[in-house]
Design a protein around this ligand. Structure first.
Ligand code: ADP
Ligand code: MG
Length: 495
């Protein structure tokens, strides 16, 4: 009997998600378990697909996001891609322990005792366009094919480069404003003229790459002492409040990566051509808990958001510094802290827009589906969401489930809620978050609803039967607490 005929009699055999080739995500969770492979670069490389490479991985704490992404990145790198991981809490620096990755992996500690002053200089984390890039080459028909003659091609190419330079400068100015805003207490942030002060200082300094965050800070200090009458009393008062707070923040040990010593601009880490995998960790970062209202955050906790934000930009920059045609994989973990400040959305938009052009598969982990809703793939269709989406156990809250369904493009009230709720679990369903969290502690393989285009499937992230992957999982898992608290002894490539 032909296989197709046989298969048509068994619905489970026909379930389809993924590709015939590619990285292994685990196995289908149906009765007839089948390995799930995924060609992670098809969306960017196949001219017929034309989709963004942004892949949200959504799930609650302990739902397996970090592990899932790590195994994907490992496989992409083994298959020839260059990888950059932003892993603030640091467990993924263990990837460097895997013998086949050791010689090609570099771990940077962006914060903590071994960090470099100015390693997160906000002016440096955004790159300038490279004039040699194909994008600015008059020979590029895609960009300049409609120009009537060569001279106008040359002019158009130069204009394009100027425009992109200008865009990078404005992006730097707005990054400085955003980062300074995040560092303020809610009270000072709420002053009527705060934005004006920050914007004015950042604009006055300008957006070129050779500045340091100290410069706008010093300007704000000057505004606060200005008695010449050119600025209003209210503006001066706000400047004083802002300056005092930022100056106090600058004294924190963790702030030196943001503010290099006067006279220098510091140097952000670079991805070296010989490195296949670059891992950015942030030891000592004090991420504020959800339960503490912002008013009560300590200065160190207020520092965490800005540093994460800049680190995400840096990871992004490292990717775009690589040649455009090279396959690249990016993983930004713990994205939720970016979202809280509203700044993460800008970054997600940017990633969503650029991944295709630069051949990047970008995994972004978050506890909230909402972070990704409303992203488009650059087209006019505002409802178009990420092409590939991973949703793990999001908990039982109705809003979390509704958000996840929306991200997956699934209808509500057709039974899918139960599928998502079932991921958490076990036979005896519970809505108790604490019980669910406790259950997640175990070694039970995690499950994800994976959407690839129009195919959706429940997948069990179990690699134990894939001998070429099981060792990666074991290394990531062994002694997880030690890797989080102690400094990795593996970090030989510290900047
Ligand atoms: N696919 C999996 N199979 C078995 N255990 C897993 C799996 N993924 C994660 N775990 C376990 O769950 C813990 C939490 O996973 P992690 O990926 O850190 O979750 P998240 O990033 O969503 O908070 C890990 O330390 C690991 O022990
Ligand atoms: Mg995680």
């Amino acid at each position: 009997m032909p296989v197709r005929t046989a298969a048509s009699g068994m619905a489970a055999v026909g379930d389809r998600v993924g590709d015939r080739t590619g990285i292994i995500l685990g196995r289908t969770a149906s009765i007839a378990a089948r390995p799930v492979a995924w060609n992670a670069f098809a969306a960017m490389e196949d001219p017929l697909i034309q989709k963004s490479g942004l892949t949200p991985i959504v799930g609650g704490l302990g739902s397996g996001k970090t592990f899932m992404a790590a195994i994907c990145v490992y496989q992409c790198v083994r298959a020839g891609a260059h990888g950059v991981i932003l892993d603030p809490s640091g467990p993924l620096s263990r990837l460097k322990l895997i013998p086949e990755l050791t010689p090609f992996t570099r771990v940077y500690e962006l914060t903590g005792a071994r960090s470099q002053p100015g390693a997160l200089n906000p002016y440096h984390v955004i790159r300038d366009p490279n004039p040699d890039d194909w994008d600015y080459n008059p020979d590029n028909d895609e960009n300049f094919g409609t120009e009537p003659d060569w001279d106008s091609r040359v002019i158009a190419a130069r204009n394009r480069l100027d425009a992109d330079r200008h865009a990078a400068e404005s992006e730097r100015i707005s990054t400085v404003v955003t980062v300074f805003r995040m560092m303020l207490t809610p009270q000072t942030r709420g002053l009527r003229t705060t934005n004006q002060v920050l914007q004015r200082a950042a604009t006055e300094v300008g957006g070129s790459i050779d500045h340091s965050a100290l410069e706008p800070l010093q300007l704000i200090g000057r505004y606060s002492q200005d008695n010449g009458g050119s600025i209003s009393e209210e503006f001066r008062e706000a400047a004083r409040a802002i300056f005092d707070e930022l100056e106090a923040m600058r004294q924190l040990p963790s702030a030196r990566v943001l503010f290099p010593p006067p006279g220098s601009t510091g140097r952000v880490p670079q991805a070296h051509g010989s490195d296949r995998l670059t891992i950015l960790t942030m030891p000592g970062l004090q991420l504020p808990s959800d339960r503490i209202p912002e008013e009560q955050w300590s200065p160190e906790q207020r520092m965490a958001g800005p540093l994460m934000h800049l680190a995400a930009w840096l990871a992004n920059r490292m990717i775009y510094d690589m040649p455009r045609w090279v396959r690249k994989v990016l993983f930004l973990d713990e994205n939720k802290y970016l979202k809280e400040t509203g700044a993460g959305a800008t970054l997600n938009q940017r990633i969503n827009r650029d991944t295709r052009k630069f051949n990047v598969r970008a995994f972004v982990g978050s506890q909230l589906a909402d972070d990704f809703l409303g992203l488009t793939d650059g087209g006019d269709d505002q409802s178009a969401l990420a092409y590939e989406v991973f949703v793990g156990d999001v908990g039982s809250s109705e809003t979390a489930i509704a958000g996840a369904l929306k991200l997956l493009g699934l209808p509500t009230e057709q039974g899918y809620e139960a599928v998502l709720r079932g991921i958490g679990g076990s036979e005896d369903q519970t809505h108790d978050e604490d019980v669910r969290a406790a259950r997640r502690q175990g070694d039970r393989p995690r499950q994800f609803v994976v959407k690839m285009g129009d195919d959706i499937e429940l997948i069990t992230a179990d690699w134990s039967n894939f001998t070429h992957l099981a060792h990666v999982f074991d290394i990531l898992r062994s002694d997880p607490t030690a890797s989080r608290t102690a400094q990795p002894t593996t970090a030989q490539g510290i900047a």
